[in-house]
Design a protein around this ligand. Structure first.
Ligand code: GYE
Length: 327
C-alpha cells in the first residue's frame, strides 16, 4: 500500500470512529452525515429465489445501517444488464462497485473499464473466472464446491447399506454460473466413488421454482425410475415437489430430495418430510460487504477471499431452526 493509501485509511478510520461516537450518544446507529459518505454501486443478479431476496434485503438494510448510499440494480438474470449497470456506475463515479456475477465468464472488458476509472470492484456471492486477478479486490461468498460435496456425502451415507442402483436426477442452477458449475462438480466428485450412483438426467432449472417444476415434470415422464433428486437450490426443489405430488408420488419418500440454500420455505417442507437434507448457503452478506467497501475505499488491505461459514440441516434440525430462521 502507498503512503497516501495508508494516510487515507487512517483518516477514514478516524472518521468512522468519529461517526460512531456521534451516533452512540443519540441512540441512532446509522451515523448519517453528508460529508465523506460512501457510494456503492451494486449490480444484483435478479430476484430468482428466496435466497436472492434475502441477499438483496441484507445488502439494502446493511447500507442503510452503515450510512452508505447504495445504487442498486437488478439484472433479471442477464449478463448484458449487469454489464450495462456496471458501466453506468462507472459513469456516475461511485466509490466502489460490488456485484454478484450471474455467470462466471466474460467480465474482463467491463472490469478493465472499472480499473481504468480507478473504481475498486468487490465480488459478492458468485465468482468470475478472469485470469487477471487485478480486476477485483476481493471475493466474499460461499464455497460452492464444498456445498456440492456435502450433498454428495449425505447421499453416500443415506445409501450406505443399499447395493442396487441409485438413480439420481439433477436440477442444475443457471447455466454457466459459479454455483451451478461448482455444486455439480463437488457432488460428482463424491458420488463417482461408488458406481451404484447414476445421474440419469441433469438439466438447468435456472434456480427458479417455475423452471424447477417444469424440468422435474419432464424428468418424471422420461425416467422410469427416479430414487433421488439433487437440486442446486431450494426454489427448484420446491417447484419439483409440486411436480412430484402432481404425478401422485410422495416427495421425500418415493423420491428423496437433497437441496442447497436453507431458506425458510424449504425448512417448512423438511418439517413435512418432503426434503431429506439441506446444505446451507448464507445470503446475509450485507454487513460484511459494507465493512469491506469502507476498508477498500480507505485504501486498507483486505483478504483476497472471504468465505462464508455454513452448516447442513437434517429434517429434525430444520424443524427446530424454523421458528428463528431469518430468511
Ligand atoms: O443458491 C440460489 C440463487 O448464487 C448462491 O443463487 C447463489 C445462488 C443460490 O439463485 O438460490
Amino acid at each position: 500500500m502507498s503512503k497516501r493509501a495508508v494516510a487515507a485509511a487512517a483518516l477514514v478510520g478516524a472518521m468512522i470512529i468519529g461517526l460512531t461516537a456521534c451516533s452512540s450518544g443519540s441512540g441512532s446507529s446509522d451515523g448519517k452525515k453528508s460529508d465523506g459518505k460512501l457510494t456503492i454501486g451494486f449490480a444484483q443478479v435478479g430476484a430468482e429465489s428466496g435466497w436472492r431476496t434475502a441477499n438483496t434485503k441484507s445488502i439494502q438494510d446493511a447500507a442503510k445501517k452503515a450510512g452508505v448510499t447504495l445504487k442498486f440494480s437488478d439484472a433479471q438474470q442477464k449478463q448484458e444488464n449487469q454489464i450495462k449497470a456496471i458501466r453506468s456506475f462507472i459513469q456516475q463515479k461511485v466509490d466502489v462497485i460490488a456485484f454478484s456475477p450471474v455467470v462466471e465468464s466474460g467480465w474482463d472488458t467491463v472490469l478493465k473499464e472499472a480499473k481504468a476509472a480507478h473504481i475498486p470492484v468487490i465480488l459478492t456471492d458468485r465468482a468470475v473466472d478472469s485470469k487477471d486477478e487485478s480486476l477485483y479486490v476481493t471475493f466474499l461468498g460461499s464455497d460452492f464446491v464444498e456445498e456440492g460435496k456435502k450433498a454428495g456425502d449425505w447421499l453416500v451415507k443415506e445409501y450406505a447399506s443399499t447395493s442396487g442402483e441409485v438413480n439420481i436426477v439433477q436440477l442444475e442452477g443457471t447455466t454457466g454460473s459459479a454455483p451451478a458449475n461448482d455444486r455439480k462438480s463437488g457432488f460428482a466428485d463424491v458420488v463417482k466413488g461408488d458406481p451404484k450412483f447414476k445421474v440419469v438426467a441433469s438439466q438447468t432449472g435456472d434456480f427458479t421454482r417455475a423452471k424447477g417444476k417444469e424440468v422435474m415434470q419432464a424428468f418424471l415422464k422420461s425416467q422410469p425410475k427416479i430414487d433421488v433428486l439433487y437440486a442446486h437450490n431450494d426454489d427448484m426443489a420446491l417447484g419439483a415437489i409440486q411436480a412430484i405430488e402432481e404425478a401422485g408420488k410422495k416427495p421425500g419418500t418415493d423420491i428423496k430430495i437433497v437441496s442447497v440454500d436453507g431458506v425458510k420455505d424449504a425448512f417448512t417442507a423438511m418439517s413435512q418430510g418432503k426434503i431429506n437434507f439441506d446444505v446451507e448457503c448464507n445470503p446475509l452478506l450485507g454487513d460484511q460487504l459494507m465493512e469491506l467497501a469502507k476498508k477498500v475505499k480507505a485504501g486498507e488491505s483486505v483478504p483476497r477471499r472471504i468465505q462464508t461459514e455454513e452448516g447442513t440441516f437434517t429434517p429434525e434440525q430444520a424443524t427446530a431452526a424454523l421458528p428463528g430462521r431469518q430468511y
